[in-house]
Ligand binder design. Sequence first.
Ligand SMILES: *[C@@H]1O[C@H](CO)[C@@H](O)[C@H](O)[C@H]1NC(C)=O
Length: 445
Amino acid sequence: MGSSKEYHDRRGVSVPLWLVLCILGGGALVLFMPTGPATHSVVQPKEPSNLEALRAELDREIASLGKTESVMDTSKAAAASTLLAALPKKKYKKTKAEKLEDEPWKSQLEPLWGLKHNPSADVVMALGFGYSQREFARFVSTLRRTEYKGDIVLAAGPPEKFKRGVVEYLRGEGVLAYQFSYECVKAKKGRRLLMTPAGCILTNWYKDGDKRSPRPLAISRYEMYRTWLSYYEPTSWGIVFDFRDTFFQRDPFTLVDRSAKAPNLHLFAENRQVKRVGNCIFNSGWLRCWGKETPKKFANNSVVCSGSTMGSVPALKRYTERMVQEMDKMKCHATPARTESDQGYHNYLYDTGELAKLPGVRVTHHEQGHGIVNTIGAMNGFRVPKHMKGPLDTHWKIKDKDGWILDYNGERSAVVHQWDRFHSECVRHIDRLADDYMRKKLAAA
Ligand SMILES: *[C@@H]1O[C@H](CO)[C@@H](O)[C@H](O)[C@H]1NC(C)=O
């Protein structure tokens, strides 16, 4: 989505697509309501007896194979252990405390097409709707191309926002799509109001209605993320993403260090040669929601981008809860400065050490080009001084001759965010990755 970033690079006249859509759609009450109950039981409750017996039998068989003199025929043992590995693991049971924590975030919605969350999988989450199939493929197909097998969860908006082919496409990729609906504060007149952060309420997310006041969807998406995180086990990891301007080159979850002492909440910064809190009027402006002195205090800090955050499920729960808590408290979108962005909260909570204080959270940030997500947007646009600007390959030297976007160590970046600020330099590469994936998938079918 990246609403905040659009303000950066296209002067005042640009308005985020979702904002236009939600104002246009604001008048129409969306009739779609899901019919299913608000439960999310996922694992079939039929595991015990016969599987236990099968497990025991396989164990015996493997043990007996081990005792035989001949080690020539290992195929049976290999086959048996493959079978064992494929058996469903013991179902994770939430503790009482976890259940209590998750309760306020329950949604009555379920994914479309009868698809279910896989509680032990990793998860990629985003709010993305109103896009063409091509745009969906730039995110989803490039991610699947990396052989990522985890869940992709998408707040896909009301049914009328699906363009041609999108339903078949998302369903075919097993995307867990949520058709949330909303009602927005109606624009009183004309274009000027498009510029203001129109607030919306979620009309079908919560069973008992939306208790919060109208707020930008960029803000409400943190509630959605928190809802979804309830469906995953504490050993899973997740990433929340801006949808439209993100694509994948490697599976991010294979690269992250999951060991006990390693950071479990990763933030990703924009290029600090070009942009720091103090020299970016937008990021400074957003931080002013916490008082005039706040942006000055953090002027020399890198700008961490709220459009991509990776973490373990427990850490992401704490993070999203803290974001929503601060949003509820400050309501920056309703102040005279009318900050529609979520990015101020993200930077404020990180820079003040609030995220580091969260129980069990070990937060860190990665400079642009040194982490799992490479956020390249700041490196282009009208605010970048001429002498610092140039193409990704010859000037920044982060694009190879085959089109891959690179980290500064020369390796392919796992995820590239804000690629659209270098649209003509990236788009063919991305579409090639997406098309290549689809071609191979069709050929294999
Ligand atoms: C700003 O931060 C950089 C990198 O952390 C540091 O080297 C530099 O001394 C800082 N400048 C000021 C004025 O604090």
